[in-house]
Design a protein around this ligand. Structure first.
Ligand SMILES: C[S@@+](CC[C@H](N)C(=O)[O-])C[C@H]1O[C@@H](n2cnc3c(N)ncnc32)[C@H](O)[C@@H]1O
Length: 283
């Protein structure tokens, strides 16, 4: 039985890095008129209340989105403005009460011709995400295993698009499944953009195995971005956040390279940790 609920973690520093990256990819896909698809294998609830019991219990958003939210407009890098504009659109009175999960951001950054498929296994979060997007006919919500769903839906008819794989890794075998799934998907749809989230854990063998296997997979054009929030001797199990992007759109690498120093400085006020962007496998 799944127990992970993203509502406890919504808007934390890992979400911010992931969602900024997601918003940059989606904006890049919108540069061409032709429709694209967005496949989200681990969708979560879509929208999160930051005043609700779950978010208040951990307060993780206070070390994430809240640090950006109070920055004066003049200090916000241009590349970050669309992500914050998406959040401002649902937080009408400048008070930060709602955080947008990946499905809600994807809804914001896509156009009438695009199509979105959201997969979520947890019964409560499935009900929430289904209800949250009922009125948008572009959005299809499935209660199913996201790994199986991605393979069933690939290659998509649109031929262009983004796959977001964002498991909670509650099941440790997910570290194996993510790589196997990416290899299968890439064989079926070589031109898709794939974004995979992974935590930086004290037990480094997990993330290292994912990265090593992807490097050896034969897949080209693999980029990664990481932000280390805490020093590596922190007692916390997770000390940072990472994303692998396969087939990053034009200028994504440059945009992340420009943004990460600023993001790290804001998200890591004690200047602990570090950040990095690099090609794992070039073209
Ligand atoms: C990290 S959260 C997703 C957050 C979301 N992508 C976002 O950025 O807002 C992971 C979600 O995956 C769901 N989940 C876990 N295993 C799954 C599976 N095999 N297939 C689909 N969803 C799954 C969990 O219930 C949880 O809601």
């Amino acid at each position: 039985m799944l127990s992970y609920r993203h509502a406890f973690h919504a808007g934390n520093y890992a979400d911010v890095v992931k969602h900024v990256t997601l918003s940059l990819i989606l904006q890049a896909l919108c540069r061409k008129e032709t429709p694209f698809c967005y496949l989200d294998s681990h969708a979560g609830a879509g929208f999160y209340s930051l005043t609700g019991e779950f978010a208040q219990k951990t307060g993780e958003f206070k070390e994430g989105i809240e640090l950006l939210w109070h920055k004066p407009e003049a200090q916000i890098p241009v590349l970050l403005k669309p992500y914050l504009a998406a959040l401002r659109a649902v937080n009408k009175h400048s008070e930060l009460t709602t955080y947008l999960g990946s499905p809600a951001l994807a809804q914001y950054f896509t156009r009438p011709q695009d199509s979105l498929t959201l997969m979520e296994l947890h019964p409560s979060d499935y009900q929430r995400v289904k209800k949250g997007f009922l009125n948008d006919r572009r959005i299809h919500v499935h209660q199913r295993d996201g790994f199986e769903g991605l393979i069933a839906l690939t290659p998509p008819p649109q031929k262009r698009g983004l796959v977001l794989i964002d498991p909670a890794y509650e099941v440790k075998h997910d570290y194996v499944t993510v790589v196997e799934t990416l290899k299968t998907l890439h064989k079926r749809w070589q031109t898709g953009v794939y974004a995979l989230w992974y935590p930086l854990l004290q037990e480094v063998s997990y993330q290292e195995a994912v990265i090593r296997k992807l490097k050896n997979s034969g897949i080209k054009k693999i980029f990664r971005v990481e932000l280390t929030r805490y020093p590596s001797d922190t007692p916390r199990a997770m000390y940072g956040t990472g994303m692998v992007i396969i087939n990053p759109p034009y200028l994504l690498a440059e945009s992340l390279t420009e943004l990460m120093p600023w993001l790290w400085q804001v998200l890591s006020p004690e200047s602990a940790g570090d950040w990095r962007v690099e090609w794992l496998v070039p073209e």
